[in-house]
Design a protein around this ligand. Sequence first.
Ligand code: GAR
Length: 213
Amino acid sequence: MKFPIGVLVSGRGSNLEAILLHIKEGKLNAEVVAVISDREDARALKIAEDYGVDAYYIPCLEKKTVLVGEAEKKYIKQFKEKGVKLIILAGFMRILKKPFLDAFNGRIMNIHPALLPSFKGLDAQKQALEYGVKISGCTVHFVDAGVDMGPVILQESVPVYDSDSVDSLSQRILKHEHEIYSRAIQLFIEGRMKIEDRRVRILSGEKKKINSD
Ligand code: GAR
């Protein structure tokens, strides 16, 4: 049986698309059973539709940057009804609060376009360029109550060139985002992660149990 995942999106959806492609190619033993967007115009919704995945636009009118109130309840209900066992944030631009975090405790991942703990929050690639770092990258991490703070699962680095613009650096990082996100999801599904304090140890070798409950 394929592992049921739910994806939260707000925009372009290239990470969602990479995940769906990897599933189609048999590289990822998951099924995206629900995609939820807080924005009606998110291209990600169209991508989900193209792949035949159930996709929902659920607005959150109370606040702009956090998922709260009635919307938060609806998101939890929808994912629970679909039997989602892992939540993937793929360019979802709202902070999750305790009720959602508790509903999917230890089962929420995010991707961030910088090497955390550097350049948390918005416009990470711009922050990296302005700071003048020579190396940047991307991070897949578990989500906890802090913003871009949860235990790091995988990271990939890229060089930053003198000639880089925000766009060129973002593109270089994005290619790696598309690879490491699926890898992290597959490791989770195979039960190959052990969390000790903040450290996520990746267990090698034979496939361990499927993370199904
Ligand atoms: C990605 O670069 C992702 O890392 C970033 O938004 C982009 C979404 O692109 N996420 C964050 O900055 C979260 N703090 P996508 O919609 O094409 O996947």
